[in-house]
Structures are given as structure tokens and as C-alpha cells.
Design a protein around this ligand. Structure first.
Ligand SMILES: *Cc1c(COP(=O)(O)O)cnc(C)c1O
Length: 507
């Protein structure tokens, strides 16, 4: 079969990618952090100003490959980089990402006769819904974002729109939308003093979202059962919801970033939350950046606690998720899913720009909204293609298998730490069994010796054999191992982690 010019280009991309990737892949074995020398060399190589004459393509290629790349870390390339929750990039996603850059399609207005990109994005949202066991007919609304933070901004923005409009209507004031009328005008018309976000152990980006949206970081308030607790205090929650002068968004931490654990334990709790939100006109948003992927697991007893933690999430109004974490596609990719197809355009529509409206003349299947009217950007990259590629390449089983390997490694490590004389696995549990069954793909721990513990993360990371995040738990320093790379290998990686932690404890 003869290849078209476009196919030839795509094959060429693949060949180039393979060679770059082979180099990159061999690099992670040399360390998860760049050496101080490489960092210094890279910094020195940065130009002080823009030259009058450009140095040319070959010279810049050399500069990037010889100076800048060696000063990267193994965040995505190395399976032993356990900082933050970085994920990796699967081969299918990486290939698609190169195609995206090469063809540089603008995903903006849905014009079915001009490009397939909006159809692919819509389809990819459907595939994601399938993976996460969310009913397509209800959940195939939303968009691809730059990440979890942007998805949380969308969730709170739609929540704000919904709760304030409803509050104004209860007062007998009819407004077309908050996006149109303005936040302050609507709050005044509704006789409210503000919007509050009620949650437990929220990710820092939720406060950022509240700040950006004029809700205010101070109005993101935790309603925990006990101090440091992820579970809601339902009596207190109802009291707060009942405050007549506030409109409320309830945000569920589906996968808390420090412990990897969940704010809810099963459908019954979600039904309770749903009933409370309905009674008081609140919006229910779920921050499921990495936690929502627990829904890919099967029903085996091994993963019961994780499945429970993300059960019932389909009762929410909106869900924020990350592509560049457990979906293992390159930065920047997140997704936002919503049960209400009509609200996003009230927030994000472009005012008076007739040239941006899609041609609705032809009917090409499902009605697909123009991305620029339901998300933050107008022009943006074809962000969904890597997710589309990776989802189809792995399928439900591939993603389930990947997550199982991540969880099993995390549990091996947690169980080993539980019995270790020098370490404490957190949150402290009465038995190994009780500890391990709650472990998702995050292991939180600290050293018993306070001096060692003070700089434990620094000492571990100085080995450059693995990387962990330093964090704080219950007022004291702690370390966190987040396993999120598709290359995870339980046996190999458990040996690496054990040997590094043994060495560090013996220092
Ligand atoms: C990572 C994370 C976010 C933010 O996502 P980004 O992709 O870094 O913007 C939000 N919520 C949770 C729970 C996260 O783990």
C-alpha cells in the first residue's frame, strides 16, 4: 500500500521519537536527579540576551540535547521517581503527543467539515467515561484541560454559576447567568454574603481555584470528623449548608494527595451527600485527580477499600481528573466531566464574537460543543489525542493491570515499613493488615529517629536511585512515595526501595 504524504510524516515522527526515547530511557538508570555539575552547566549555558542573529537550527538542537536535557530530572522517564504524583508517558501517548505538535491543530470551534479534532476529543471523553465506569449519556460533557488545577477551577466555576443562580431565583430574582450579570451583582440580588466551599483535606489547588474565582481561599473550609481527618462531620456539614446567607459547593477529596486515601467510603455516603446538597441547593464537586482511577479496579477483596473510596462518585455534579498522572499521558492534560451540559457555556462563552460560532448547517452525528465556549482557552493544542491513543492502546484491562501493579508495590513497601525497626508507616495503624488494605498507590512514612527524620527526604533523594516528596504529617516531617508510572515493576522496584531505605537508615 502506498503511503500518503501525511502517513509518511507520521512514520517519520515515530522514527525520530524512537531514537529520542531510546536515549531518554537509558538515562533514567543513571539517576533520578541531574548531577549538580549538569545543573550548573545548563544554567551557565543560558543566554544573557536574545542575539541579533539566530544561531540556527542545528546549533539550538545541540544546545538543547547537550546542555539542557542533562539537567532534567527523571520525573516521567524513571519508574523510581516517586515525588508528587508525576505519572509517565506511555509509548502510545508519546507518539500521539508528537503528532499533536507536528500537525499543531487548533482545538477551538467545532466545525465538522474543517477538522476531525473536536470529534476525537468528544470521543476521548466518552472513552474516559467508559474507563471510569461513568454512564456516557450522563457524563460525556466536559472538556480536556491543562490538569487537575484547571479542572478544579472549572468545577468551582460551574458550581458557583449553579448555586448563585439558584439562590437568586429562590429570592424571586431572575438572572440569565452569573457569567453575564457578574458575581457581586448576583450575590447582592440573591441576598447572600458569599460562596463557601466545604470539604476535607483539600488539595492546595482547590484554594487556588477559589481565589481565582472570587470565592476566596478563606472560604474553603474543612469540615472533618476529627483533626487531620478526611471523613466529613455530617452534622456540622448540615449546619454549614443550612446557613441562609451562604451558597455552598461541597468538594469531595477523592484521593487525598498526602495519604492517597479517600474522603468517602461507599455509595451510601455519597447518597447522603447528594441528599444534603439537593436539600440546600449546593453543588457537589469531586476532586478525583488520581483517586477517580480507583474505579478501574475489579471487585476482588484485595482492592475493596479503594473501590469503596470512589464508589457513588457518579452522584456528583462535576468531577476533576488528571490525565498526566495515572493516565500516564504527557503534561499538560487533565479532564473535567460534568452531569450538566448547559452550564459551562454560561460561564465560558465568548461575548459577541460571531466569527467564533460553529457552523451548525451540517449534521455530523452527535452535537459537539465548541471547546472555546466550555473551557478556559480559546485557541489551544489538540490535548485529547495522547489520552485517546493511550486509552485505546491499553484498554480497560491494560489500565487495570497498570494500577494493580502500582498498588501492589505500594502495599509491599507499606507492609515492609510497618515492621521496620527504623521507620513508621503513616497514618499509624494497629496492624499491618489494617494499614495495607487502605493503601492506594501512595506510601506515607517517617523515620523513628528525629535527627534522621528531619532530612529524610533529602538523604533519600541524594542517592539519586529514587525520589520521594518531603511532606508534613500531623505537624512533623514525613516522606511520601507516590507510585504512578506505567513502567512500575513490583519485584524490581521493591528491591530498589528497600535497599535505598536500608542504606539511609544505616547512615
Ligand atoms: C495533582 C492534584 C491536583 C492538581 O493537579 P495539577 O495537574 O497538578 O494541576 C488537584 N487535586 C489533586 C487531588 C491532585 O492530586
Amino acid at each position: 500500500m502506498e503511503l500518503t504524504e501525511r502517513q509518511t510524516t507520521a512514520h517519520e515522527i515515530h522514527r525520530l521519537q524512537e531514537s529520542l526515547w531510546t536515549t531518554a530511557f537509558s538515562e533514567w538508570q543513571s539517576g533520578v536527579l541531574p548531577t549538580p555539575e549538569c545543573l550548573a552547566k545548563a544554567r551557565q549555558s543560558l543566554p544573557a540576551s536574545l542575539p541579533e542573529e539566530g544561531t540556527g537550527f542545528q546549533s539550538i538542537q545541540k544546545h538543547i540535547l547537550n546542555d539542557i536535557v542533562p539537567a532534567f530530572n527523571g520525573g516521567s522517564i524513571s519508574p523510581n521517581y516517586y515525588g508528587f504524583v508525576t505519572g509517565g508517558a506511555t509509548p502510545a501517548a508519546l507518539f500521539a503527543d508528537h503528532v499533536v505538535s507536528t500537525y499543531d491543530q487548533n482545538v477551538q470551534v467545532h466545525i465538522p467539515s474543517h477538522s476531525i479534532v473536536t470529534d476525537v476529543e468528544f470521543n476521548a471523553l466518552g472513552l474516559l467515561a467508559d474507563l471510569l465506569r461513568l454512564e456516557r449519556t450522563i457524563w460525556q460533557n466536559g472538556t480536556f484541560t491543562t490538569g487537575g488545577t484547571a479542572s478544579n477551577i472549572l468545577g468551582l466555576a460551574l458550581g458557583r454559576e449553579f448555586v448563585l443562580k439558584a439562590a437568586a431565583e429562590r429570592k424571586g430574582v431572575s438572572i440569565s447567568s452569573v457569567g453575564e450579570s457578574g458575581l457581586f451583582e448576583t450575590i447582592q440580588a440573591a441576598g447572600l454574603t458569599g460562596v463557601q466551599v466545604l470539604t476535607t483535606l483539600p488539595h492546595s489547588s482547590l484554594g487556588k481555584a477559589a481565589g481565582v474565582l472570587g470565592i476566596g481561599r478563606a472560604n474553603v473550609r474543612a469540615i472533618p470528623r476529627d483533626k487531620n481527618c478526611l471523613l466529613f462531620d455530617y452534622d456540622q456539614l448540615e449546619k454549614e449548608l443550612a446557613q441562609a446567607d451562604k451558597a455552598t459547593i461541597v468538594a469531595v477529596s477523592c484521593g487525598e494527595v498526602n495519604t492517597g486515601q479517600f474522603a468517602t467510603r461507599g455509595s451510601e455516603e455519597l447518597r447522603r451527600l447528594r441528599a444534603l446538597c439537593d436539600r440546600y441547593g449546593a453543588w457537589m464537586h469531586v476532586d478525583g485527580a488520581f483517586g477517580i482511577f480507583g474505579r478501574v479496579l475489579d471487585d476482588s477483596a484485595e482492592f475493596a477499600a479503594i473501590r469503596q473510596g470512589c464508589e457513588g462518585i457518579e452522584l456528583a455534579d462535576s468531577i476533576a481528573g488528571d490525565g498526566h498522572k495515572l493516565l500516564n499521558v504527557p503534561y499538560d492534560c487533565g479532564f473535567f466531566l460534568c452531569r450538566h451540559p448547559e452550564i459551562a457555556s454560561n460561564v465560558f462563552q465568548n461575548a459577541n464574537a460571531a466569527y467564533l460560532t460553529s457552523s451548525s448547517a451540517q449534521d455530523h452525528g452527535p452535537s459537539i460543543p465548541s471547546p472555546l465556549n466550555i473551557g478556559l482557552e480559546n485557541s489551544r493544542r489538540f490535548r485529547a489525542l495522547p489520552a485517546y491513543a493511550s486509552l485505546l492502546s491499553y484498554g480497560k484491562h491494560g489500565y487495570r493491570n497498570m494500577l494493580q501493579r502500582q498498588i501492589r508495590l505500594a502495599r509491599l513497601v507499606a507492609g515492609w515499613l510497618f515492621h521496620h525497626p527504623d521507620y513508621v508507616a503513616l497514618p499509624e495503624a494497629p496492624s499491618e493488615e489494617e494499614l495495607v488494605q487502605q493503601v492506594y498507590m501512595v506510601v506515607l512514612f517517617r523515620a523513628k529517629d528525629q535527627t534522621l527524620n528531619r532530612d529524610l527526604a533529602g538523604k533519600i533523594n541524594a542517592t539519586s536511585k529514587m525520589f520521594v516528596s518531603g511532606t508534613v504529617w500531623d505537624g512533623q516531617p514525613a516522606c511520601r512515595i507516590a507510585i504512578s508510572n506505567w513502567r512500575v515493576d513490583e519485584k524490581r522496584d521493591f528491591e530498589i526501595i528497600k535497599s535505598v531505605l536500608e542504606d539511609v537508615a544505616g547512615l
